[in-house]
Ligand binder design. Structure first.
Ligand code: NAG
Ligand code: NAG
Length: 322
C-alpha cells in the first residue's frame, strides 16, 4: 500500500515539475495572478476545442473578436456602414430616418442578454440548423437539441420533423418577409435589409400598421418582446466583405448564422446546409416548385465551400445529413 502511495506521489511530483518548467518557458510578463493562470488562462474556453483556439493565421486575419454582432445602444450603425447597407435593396432611404427607426427599436426592446460573455470556464455549444432537405432521415434531432444554443432560420419548421431537426430553438433569424410565430423562450432575431424592416419590427409589437414591404408581410407576430434582437447591419457588411470576399450580392441568412455562431459560441456544429443533387436549395418540409431556384442572390457555392473550409480548419463541425 505504502509503495503505491509513494509511486503516485512521485508521479504527481514529476508532473508538477514539468508544469513549472513549461510555464517558465512561456512569456509570463503580463500575467500577474499565478493560480488562475495555472488553471484557466491557458485556453479561451472550456470545450474540447474552442473556436478561437490556436493561432490559425488564416482565421485570425478574418475573425474580428471585438465585433459585437448585435445592434445595441452602445453599438449603433455608423453612417459609413449605413451607406453600404442601404444599397442592398435599392430602397430610397436616408440616415436620419434610419436613426429614428433605430431609436424606436431601442425604446421598444430593452437591452438584454448579449451572448458576448466568453470566459475561460465557459463552454457554450451552438447548433446552426439550415433548412436543407439533407436533414430528412438524418435522426439529428436529439443531437441538435443537446446544444446550448440552437439557431434556425426564416420559415423553419420543427413540428412533425423533431426526430430529424429537433424541437428546440434559441435564436430564430428572420426578416419581415420570412417571419413566423415563435414560442416564449425563443429569441426573435431580425436580419434587417432596409429601414422599413426596423419599422416593421416595432410595428409588429405595437401599432401593427406595417403590412407591406415589397410584398405583403405579417402585421403582427407572436414572440417574446423581451428576447428580441437585431443583427447589426455592419455585421452583414463584415461577413460580405471579409468572409465572402464580396462574392454574391449579400450573404444568406444561413451563412450569417454560421459566422454569428462563431462569435457567440465556443463550439459550433452545422446541420442542414447544402443543395440537393440538382444544385437547388430545397427545404426539408416542402417539394420544390421552382426547379431552377439555384441559390438565389447569394454566393451559395462560395458559402458552402467556405463552411467546408472552416470545418477543415476545425473551426466548426459539419454534419452532412443524408
Ligand atoms: C473589429 O471590429 C471593431 C469594432 O467594430 C473595429 O473597430 C475594428 O476596426 C475591427 N478590426 C478589424 C481588424 O477590422
Ligand atoms: C421537445 O421535446 C422534449 C422531449 O420530447 C419535450 O420534453 C419538450 O417539451 C419539447 N420542447 C418543445 C419546446 O417543444
Amino acid at each position: 500500500m505504502a509503495r503505491h502511495v509513494r509511486k503516485v506521489t512521485t508521479v504527481l511530483l514529476m508532473i508538477g515539475i514539468m508544469c513549472v518548467l513549461v510555464l517558465f518557458e512561456m512569456d509570463t510578463t503580463d500575467k500577474q495572478l499565478w493560480p488562475s493562470f495555472l488553471l484557466q488562462d491557458l485556453r479561451p474556453c472550456a470545450c474540447n476545442r474552442c473556436v478561437t483556439e490556436d493561432d490559425d493565421q488564416w482565421f485570425t486575419e478574418r475573425f474580428n473578436t471585438s465585433l459585437n454582432p448585435f445592434l445595441t445602444q452602445d453599438n449603433t450603425l455608423s453612417e459609413n456602414d449605413f451607406s453600404w447597407w442601404k444599397k442592398l435593396q435599392q430602397v430610397n432611404t436616408n440616415f436620419l430616418s434610419y436613426r429614428m427607426a433605430e431609436m424606436k427599436v431601442f425604446e421598444i426592446f430593452p437591452e438584454q442578454e448579449s451572448f458576448m460573455d466568453s470566459r475561460p470556464d465557459r463552454c457554450r455549444t451552438c447548433a446552426v440548423v439550415g433548412n436543407s432537405v439533407n436533414l430528412l432521415g438524418s435522426h439529428y434531432g436529439p443531437l441538435i437539441d443537446f446544444h446550448d444554443v440552437v439557431i434556425r432560420f426564416n420559415t423553419a419548421r420543427t413540428v412533425g420533423y423533431e426526430g430529424d431537426v429537433g424541437n428546440k430553438t434559441t435564436l430564430h433569424m428572420m426578416y419581415p418577409e420570412s417571419a413566423v410565430d415563435l414560442d416564449d423562450n425563443t429569441h426573435l432575431m431580425l436580419f434587417p435589409f432596409k429601414t422599413l424592416d426596423l419599422q416593421w419590427l416595432v410595428s409588429a409589437f405595437t401599432t401593427k400598421s406595417v403590412t407591406r414591404t415589397y410584398t405583403r408581410v405579417k402585421s403582427t407576430i407572436k414572440a417574446n418582446q423581451g428576447l428580441v434582437k437585431v443583427l447589426h447591419p455592419g455585421f452583414i457588411k463584415y461577413v460580405h466583405e471579409i468572409w465572402l470576399e464580396e462574392k454574391g450580392k449579400y450573404p444568406s441568412t444561413g451563412f450569417l448564422g454560421v459566422v454569428l455562431a462563431m462569435h457567440i459560441c465556443d463550439e459550433v456544429n452545422v446541420f442542414g446546409f447544402g443543395a440537393d443533387k440538382d444544385g437547388n436549395w430545397r427545404h426539408y418540409w416542402e417539394e420544390l416548385r421552382n426547379k431552377h431556384l439555384g441559390t438565389g442572390p447569394h454566393g451559395g457555392g462560395q458559402e458552402y465551400k467556405l463552411i467546408l473550409h472552416l470545418a477543415e480548419r476545425q473551426k466548426l463541425n459539419f454534419y452532412r445529413g443524408r
